[in-house]
Design a protein around this ligand. Structure first.
Ligand SMILES: Nc1nc2c(ncn2[C@@H]2O[C@H](COP(=O)(O)OP(=O)(O)O)[C@@H](O)[C@H]2O)c(=O)[nH]1
Ligand SMILES: [Mg+2]
Length: 458
């Protein structure tokens, strides 16, 4: 990360730069004192008090640019521990650009990189790594659940668990040291008892965390509902119906949807992405085959998969590919067409796994169908997966799983190994894992991947 060691004064618009708005908040961070701003405001900033709002004019030489409110946060009592000035200016984008330019054009400040304000907070120990991750989750959340988990990370909830874990680790480590250095003082039985009891406490705490690790949690952060099927199975028709618009082209010429289309559907506090995929079939068209490949990759990470089957049109080889995935719902379309039951029976004879599929006439669906599919199936699944408060962040999940494996092999070792030096070295591996979880150790690539998600101005 290129800004890791930078002490430059940085500036950014923290309210986003995508459309005109009533207000925009600009933050400037890392200046030595308020004399830095002399000449920029009609008010003399030297005597102003921190954390109070002041009304003043913004000036470019003699030119009056805006009327604004500003607040000074004096380090270390600021969001990131540095001196920070926050300006609430008018939110016309042209004007925002002009104000950023005013402060950057003479090299006084430079534009902040994404996440740079927050990174300085981490560097100044105002936030720990989990809090930074929580903030990232909160700002990019697609569901009320992810918002809640982001906020609780920001408030230090998981961090508290991790610290407890670390304390249990230290307790066990001291039990091991007791068996090495003070065996004669405390006696073998007491030392053994303490060793076993402290290890059990540590293992219990790890397994409680491991219970909150679900393999599907990535799909809870960005929940995709994917419509899958061979060409002409009715995917685009269902997609349009669920969205009640003609976004996807519906036609009976196979391969009309050559790539995937995605639209948001919001339901019960979750922003789902409904995806209409390209039909999976043998194709010589290069763009179409890329579309098919991209459809399959969406399918792998999907939260909810709906398989559509048109029993009148089959391609057993391509269909067998689709059956490599599990499906939440299976429908047989074209149930209104003469000869449907016969064709369906032939299909189910060849692929008994889809026997539970329900019949559907996609051309005559009603509002009740939409409600059922969203409420009784999709939303129910979301609620059931989130009910155990699963941990969403990949870094935490993989460290907890590593820790779970490490503690199991440590328990085996402690049971069967008599050489305490070997046990001690295995215990250090556990300690390393826990330290990474807490963020005491944070390799550069971890920081890179966390901060690459941040928006400019945060
Ligand atoms: N009769 C009937 N026609 C359908 C049904 N579902 C889709 N169709 C028609 O089948 C053709 C292919 O549908 P489309 O949604 O484009 O399929 P896709 O290739 O899977 O996206 C279109 O002409 C649709 O109008 C259905 O349940 N009954
Ligand atoms: Mg289509």
């Amino acid at each position: 990360m290129k800004f890791l060691d930078s002490d430059d004064v940085i500036i950014a618009c923290s309210t986003g730069m995508t459309s005109n708005a009533a207000l925009a908040v600009i933050r400037i961070s890392g200046f030595k004192d308020l004399s830095f701003f002399s000449g920029f405001f009609s008010k003399n900033l030297a005597p102003i008090e921190p954390r109070k709002v002041y009304y003043t004019n913004l000036l470019d030489g003699e030119t009056h640019l805006d009327d604004l409110c500003l607040t000074y946060f004096k380090g270390p009592h600021s969001y990131n521990g540095e001196n920070t000035l926050e300006l609430s200016i008018h939110g016309n984008l042209l004007h925002v650009e002009r104000v950023l330019n005013l402060f950057t054009r003479n090299g006084l400040c430079r534009l902040a990189s994404p996440g740079e304000f927050t990174y300085r907070g981490l560097r100044n120990k105002k936030l720990n790594l989990s809090q930074v991750e929580g903030l990232d989750l909160f700002l990019n959340a697609e569901s009320v659940f992810a918002l809640g988990q982001g906020l609780s990370l920001l408030n230090g909830d998981l961090q508290e668990n991790y610290h407890k874990l670390y304390e249990l680790f230290l307790r066990h480590k001291s039990a091991l040291e007791l068996s090495i250095d003070f065996l004669d003082d405390v006696g073998e039985e007491t030392a053994q008892g303490y060793f076993k009891e402290s290890l059990l406490g540590l293992a219990k705490s790890v397994s409680a965390l491991a219970k909150r690790v679900l393999p599907q949690s990535q799909s809870l952060i960005e929940p995709d509902i994917v419509l899958v099927g061979l060409p002409n199975s009715g995917k685009s028709s269902l997609f349009n119906f669920l969205l009640s618009q003609d976004r996807a082209i519906v036609s009976s010429i196979a391969g009309t949807t050559r790539d995937y289309l995605a639209e948001k559907i919001q339901f019960d506090g979750v922003n789902y992405r409904l995806i209409d995929t390209a039909g999976v079939r043998e194709t010589k068209d290069q763009i179409e085959s890329q579309g098919v490949a991209r459809s399959l990759s969406r399918l792998k990470n999907a939260f909810f998969r709906i398989l559509l089957i048109n029993p009148f049109e089959t391609d057993d080889e391509a269909f067998a590919e689709l059956l490599k995935f599990d499906y939440d719902l299976i429908y047989f379309s074209h149930s209104d067409v003469a000869g449907f039951e016969e064709k369906k029976t032939l299909f189910v004879d060849r692929f008994c796994r889809v026997a539970s599929g329900q019949n559907l006439n996609i051309l005559s669906l009603d509002e009740k169908f939409i409600h059922n599919i969203l409420k009784l199936h999709i939303n129910k699944k979301y609620l059931s997966l989130t009910s155990g408060n699963p941990i969403l962040l990949d870094r935490h999940k993989s460290l907890i799983l590593q820790l779970e494996t490490a503690i199991r092999s440590y328990q085996d070792l402690a049971e069967n190994e008599s050489d305490i030096a070997i046990i001690g070295s295995e215990l250090n591996t556990l300690g390393h894992c826990i330290s990474e979880l807490i963020g005491i150790i944070s390799p550069d690539q971890v920081l890179d991947s966390i901060f690459s998600n941040f928006c400019i101005g945060k």
